[in-house]
Each structure stands twice: as C-alpha cells, then as structure tokens.
Design a protein around this ligand. Structure first.
Ligand code: NAI
Ligand code: MG
Length: 340
C-alpha cells in the first residue's frame, strides 16, 4: 500500500504497444494542463521492446520501477498461442503486485442499460493459472497447473476488506467455483471466510462465478466489493466494464505492499492503433486513482471534472462512446477546460 506521505515526485511511464503511445500522449498533455507536480520517467516495455532487445522488459527497468515505487502503464501486446510471456504478468510477479483493483462505476454522462452500478473488483493478481505452468503431455494433450496458496489468498481477501473499510463500503463478496475446483477455489473460499471474521462491520457473502455473471448482467447494482481469483477476476472485470460503457473507460491499479502500477483494463487494441480512435479515458481514470493514492486530491478533482464534462458532450467523445472525436480532439477538449 502506498502512503501519501511518501512524497513521490517522479513516476514511471510505460507507454506500451498499439494504442499505448496515443493514450500516453493524452495523459501527458492532461497532466501538464492540470499542473500535476509529477515528472514522468519513460520505461520501455512491451512487444516493441521485445523485438528490439529480445526481452519484453529488462531486469534493470523492473528495478527502476521498484525504485520509483509508482508507475503508470499503457497496454502491452502479448502474442496468443506462442511467443513471449505476458509483460503484465512479468511485472506483477517481479514487483509482487498482489492485488488488482478495478472500480466500475456508472457515469451520468454515459448512457447504458444500467444506472447506479458502483462495484469495486479486487482480483488476486499473481496466482491461479497465471503462473504459466503448462505442459504438453502428448501431441494431443496439454495441461495447465492452477496454483492457489493460503498466503496469496489471505492477502488478497485482507486487502479487499481493508479497502471496503477505507472506502465506506458495506459488503464484500467472494466469487469462486469451489463446487467444481474443490481444493483450489475451496482454499480461496475458506480463507475468505477466515478473513471475513476479522471484519465484523463488513457484510460478507460468496457466490459461484457463473451465477455471479448472470446476476451482474441483470442486477449489477446489488454488488459492492467483489474479490476473485486471478482468471475469474480478469474475465469478470471486462464484463463489468461493459456494464458502464466499455473498455474505453475502465480503470485499474496493481497494488503491492509498497509499490503500485496503475493501468487501464483494456489491451493494446491493435485494430484501432495509430488511427487516432483510441479513447484515453481508461488511462486517465487510472491516473486519478494514482493521484488520489498520492494525496494529490485537488489535481485529481480538477482533471475528473474536465474529463467528465468532455465525456458528457457527444461532440467531444471518441467513437467507442458514440461520438466522432479523435483521441487528440478529446484530449484538447479536456485540456481546454483545465486551462479555462
Ligand atoms: P483489447 O482490450 O485491446 O481490445 C478489445 C476491443 O476493445 C477492441 O475492439 C478495441 O478496439 C477496443 N478497445 C480497447 N481499448 C480501447 C480504447 N481505449 N478506446 C477504444 N476502443 C478500445 O483486447 P484484445 O484485442 O483482446 O487484446 C489486444 C492485445 O492487448 C493482446 O495482445 C492482449 O494480450 C493485450 N492486452 C494487454 C493488456 C494490458 O497490457 N493491460 C490487457 C488486455 C489485453
Ligand atoms: Mg484482461
């Protein structure tokens, strides 16, 4: 957990691949216009870096991230079916960023079938099937090992309950499939109930993941804080992003014991990269999580106001939200409001 007393002056910036550089440019312009007292230190990582140096991120750059303590990251491309290991997974593991926080909140300026969605997803960020422990047993059979540990589960649950207390939330729900994966999800669920006892002021419940998905798309307003193992957390957070306006607006933070890496939920969107169509909102909302964790509340407030005003106007919105503005037009609309 970061402490706002840590007086951070410089943060790491991974621009990433695909639309990463476009949305990072928007972030830099918005921070400059809001006079955010933070400098960026550029950290190369992603497919581009892999093609250049044979590694998605250098060990020296991981060390730099750890020294800086706070980084913000654009999306990085991971090839499917083969190729290099996910840079995200590498960063999360190397820096022990054990909790992934994804707030999902309806915005008055974005029309969706649902109002009053206000969910915080806490995803265990290191274990589960993300260890990359896969074996080709024979040409016709592949196997993936799913690892869930008591210590990893306990700290994710404790983080979720502590966050619920800090943010004045009422209820934490554990999402699992312990009816089928009786040992792995069984352990995740058992440790959840252990931790819940330490927080009698917070209501606790659990739900099987498939039922949870059905209820999320029919009555999302009934959920508060969700805590999930890594893979379900990945899937359910994209589902939840869809409830409030899509991947273009969903923010996230990877949190460790004294480090944090903030990043949007979405990927590098190769289908729209380089076309000026990317919505930088998700990265900007992620930066607001960062500013608030750093105690820069005034700057966060200012940016949030300008951003939500720009989102409320279809003329300044990007195409994914039904507008026709380019990434740069949208950024100019925010910057204009910050300067006026
Ligand atoms: P994606 O999130 O990149 O794209 C899914 C769809 O949403 C696409 O149609 C895309 O155009 C749209 N989209 C995403 N972000 C958008 C934005 N900011 N503005 C407007 N439209 C947006 O997911 P996909 O296609 O599955 O993955 C592409 C690559 O990204 C893969 O290599 C994947 O591994 C990587 N990825 C990286 C992540 C990260 O670095 N945090 C997270 C998720 C995926
Ligand atoms: Mg994902």
């Amino acid at each position: 957990m970061l402490s706002s007393s840590q007086k951070i002056k410089k943060i790491g910036l991974i621009e990433g691949d695909g639309i990463g550089p476009e949305i990072s440019a928007s972030l830099k312009d918005v921070f400059a216009a809001a006079k955010v007292p933070l400098d960026f230190e550029s950290i190369p990582a992603g497919l581009g870096q892999f093609e250049k140096v044979g590694q998605g991120i250098l060990a020296s750059d991981l060390k730099k991230m750890a020294d800086l303590k706070v980084c913000i990251k654009g999306p990085t491309t991971t090839p499917t079916g083969g190729g290099h290991k996910s840079i995200n997974v590498t960063i999360r593991k190397a820096l022990d960023l054990f909790a992934n926080v994804r707030p999902i909140k309806s915005l008055p300026c974005i029309e969706t079938p649902f109002k009053n969605v206000d969910i915080i997803i806490v995803r265990e960020n290191i274990e589960d099937t993300y260890g990359g422990i896969e074996h080709q047993q024979s040409p016709d059979m592949a196997q993936c090992l799913r690892i869930i540990t008591r210590s990893g589960s306990l700290r994710a649950h404790r983080f979720a309950f502590e966050l619920a207390v800090r943010q004045g939330r009422k209820k934490v729900t554990c999402v699992h499939k312990a009816n089928i994966m009786k040992l792995t999800d069984g352990l995740f669920l058992e440790t959840f109930h252990e931790v819940a006892k330490e927080f009698p002021q917070i209501e606790s419940s659990d739900i099987i993941v498939d039922n949870c998905c059905m209820q999320l798309v029919s009555r999302p307003e009934k959920f508060d804080v969700l805590v999930l193992p890594n893979l379900f957390g990945d899937i359910v957070s994209d589902l939840c992003a869809g409830l409030v306006g899509g991947l273009g607006i969903a923010s996230g933070a990877n949190i460790g014991s004294s480090l944090a890496v903030y990043e949007a939920v979405h990927g590098s969107a190769p289908d729209i990269a380089g076309k000026g169509l990317a919505n930088p909102t998700a990265l900007l909302f992620s930066s607001l999580l960062m500013l608030r964790d750093l105690g820069l509340n005034q700057e966060a407030q200012k940016i949030e106001k300008a951003l939500t005003e720009a989102l409320a106007n279809k003329n300044t919105c990007t195409r994914d939200l039904g507008g026709s503005a380019s990434t740069q037009d949208f950024t100019r609309a925010i910057v204009g409001r910050l300067k006026s």
